[in-house]
Design a protein around this ligand. Structure first.
Ligand SMILES: *Cc1c(COP(=O)(O)O)cnc(C)c1O
Length: 393
């Protein structure tokens, strides 16, 4: 493995471990445990003094380790711990490091289950959480205080695609020694430079772009060796939530084509956003790659692209949005994102249904808003599908 390989080379080759058979494709080690040559060897293994000392698949398996090493190489992180889902990663990263009396500052616009962990779970154990408008640096500065142990954010918010200035937030957090934890799904490993920009811990739901083909749930926590092995591993090792070897193999195959897929998806999203911008049947096209986007400059500097998701606010509210969704022929109604297939969601009645009307208003989730995750289909076919559905509204 080489540190100076370009990302596309790392996506194919980093972390590979071959068995004595010299297989080309990564082997799936479907084993929960490992045998020892002697009682002394078993005793020595439990001391875990060297590399490759697998003991039990709840905290180590060769196929899972290949995935962890490949994504760590790609992200520029020292180490990684793979989990059964994106939420196991978010929960593991936060709960492993926090204790009663700690304070966390979080952006308000979060994936619903992340909001649940911060609002309902952590607070039940005496962790205080302050929510801020992630794009308002003064609000971050006012909320961060000496006992703030962590800040939590998604660099691009779901579903309204606001972009948070990671460097600026990290600078504020690091002044008080708080850890910067980034849920980086929307930026994707392709457009992320989160660690260089100040993140201490980066989390992916691998279910999204990393698999990218709608097959498996998975997640990963990336950070320093110290954080992953001394804080995250002891917690996850004893509480479960490990990634399965089969899932790790699916994710390794996903990583091989990640760059090709995500760049094609981002180009499609850019083309669709530009083509629909200004359409008089829409109140707005929200996409960080459009110059009209309020954080366009930050998105360009932080990611160099607008991402793979476009939000459209359709005139006529929920009824018009439903007519629009029901008229689509290629783009499917579902709630995943990052998939090879283009997927559309009506957040107000599905992913964000649980929120009150006030919370929806605060996050800009209007009745006409739809979130489009652009797949790898030909963008001209997608655009024709979207235009025909707008005609049908
Ligand atoms: C999907 C998602 C998650 C949760 O991931 P799962 O793999 O579904 O558990 C967390 N954060 C963000 C931003 C997501 O999009």
């Amino acid at each position: 493995m080489s540190d100076d390989w370009k990302p596309r080379t790392k996506m194919v080759h980093s972390g590979i471990r071959r068995s004595q058979y010299g297989e080309v494709s990564e082997a799936i080690f479907l084993t929960q445990g490992f045998v020892y040559d002697s009682a002394e060897a078993a005793e020595a293994r439990f001391l875990q003094t060297g590399d490759d000392e697998f003991i039990y698949a709840r905290y180590g398996n060769p196929t899972v380790r290949m995935f962890e090493e490949r994504i760590a190489a790609l992200e520029g992180a020292e180490d990684a711990f793979a989990t059964a889902s994106g939420m196991a990663a978010v929960n593991g990263a936060l709960v492993s490091m926090l204790k009663t009396g700690d304070h966390v500052v979080s952006a308000r616009a979060l994936f619903g289950s992340c909001l649940y962990i911060l609002e309902e779970v952590l607070t039940r154990y005496g962790v205080e959480v302050t929510f801020v408008d992630g794009t308002d640096l003064d609000a971050w500065a006012a909320a961060i205080r000496p006992n703030t142990r962590a800040v939590f954010l998604e660099t691009i918010s779901n579903p309204t695609l606001e972009v948070i200035d990671l460097r600026a937030v990290a600078e504020l957090a690091h002044k008080v020694g708080a850890l910067v934890i980034v849920d980086n799904v929307f930026a994707t490993p392709v457009f992320s430079d989160a660690i260089a920009q100040g993140a201490d811990v980066v989390i992916y739901s691998a279910t999204k772009h990393i698999d990218g083909q709608g097959r498996a749930l998975g997640g990963v926590i990336l950070g320093t060796t110290e954080f992953i092995r001394k804080t995250v591993e002891p917690y996850l090792k004893h509480t479960g939530g490990a990634m399965s070897p089969f899932t790790a193999w699916v994710m390794l195959k996903g990583l091989e084509t990640l760059d090709l897929r995500v760049r094609a998806q981002a180009a499609g999203a850019q083309a669709i956003a530009e083509a629909l911008d200004g359409d008089d049947r829409l109140n707005a096209v929200l996409f960080p790659g459009l110059p009209s986007h309020p954080q366009h400059a930050i998105a360009q500097a932080q990611m160099g692209a607008g991402g793979t998701v476009v939000a459209l606010d359709i005139k006529g509210g929920q009824a018009a949005a439903f007519r629009f969704l029901n008229a689509l022929r290629i783009i499917t109604i579902s709630n995943n994102l990052g998939d090879a297939k283009s997927i559309i969601t009506h957040p107000a009645t599905t992913t964000h249904q649980r929120l009150s009307d006030d919370q929806k208003d605060a996050l800009g989730i209007t009745p006409g808003l739809v979130r489009l995750s652009v797949g790898i289909e030909d963008p001209s076919d997608l655009l024709a599908d979207l235009r025909a559905a707008l005609d049908a509204v």
